[in-house]
Design a protein around this ligand. Sequence first.
Ligand SMILES: [Fe+2]
Length: 256
Amino acid sequence: MFSFFKKKKSNVIAPTYTVSDFSFMGGDMHSHLVPGIDDGSQSLEDSVRFIEKLYSMGISKFITTPHIHGEMFDNDTQKVQKHFQPLKDYLAQHIPEIQIQVSAEYFLDTYFLNDVLPKGLMAFGKNNVLVEVSMAGWNRQFNEIMFAVQVNGYNPILAHPERYLYETKMEVFEALRNKGVAMQMNLLSILGYYGKSIKTNAEKMLEMGLYDYCGTDLHHDRHLAHITDMPNTHQEILWKLSEYGFKNNELYQAIA
Ligand SMILES: [Fe+2]
């Protein structure tokens, strides 16, 4: 794993090659591409267009993760799979080189603990599940909920920890990681798309080697534009990310 975001100028390692696409990611494991089911893509046409663009930039494996978030996005496994099927069928017919699987981004709250988890989760990879927490503060039951996820045999991946601005102590994420909670960075965070503080958090976590996975968290055209411009606008960052050693590749073995 590389450690360079804080290196003194004299020690900066210059990029030794140009990164022109996202094949270094080994696939995307966080996106909102199931049409009309959350705040992501709203149509099959948009989903296909987003996927075609990412495919042209080296991403051919997708685990797409619509929100399952009690009050805000009242989704469940059946609804997600029903809305996913047309996209899956279209891609299988027209771009069979693309591998895509559906899962979810589970919001950890009491509703999740009582109503979602007992019915079973859509896992991927090695029984992994993507989970998020509130942007406003840790749920008081966070430890209990996370423990319940693990006791049920799932390996949680915490989505974009750098975006939880109430928690800037890296030891907290380090301790979670030591308890088996993997960490996923949003590409848009390291670009500064969500603001400087989130970018700084992401840099710290990269520096400490706390990330396991990298995802686009793609919702719409603005996200797509920032991400696909990266080879032109953020070559040095892209080069550093390509050297980091994200483990996305390990998640796609089970895609049928
Ligand atoms: Fe997301």
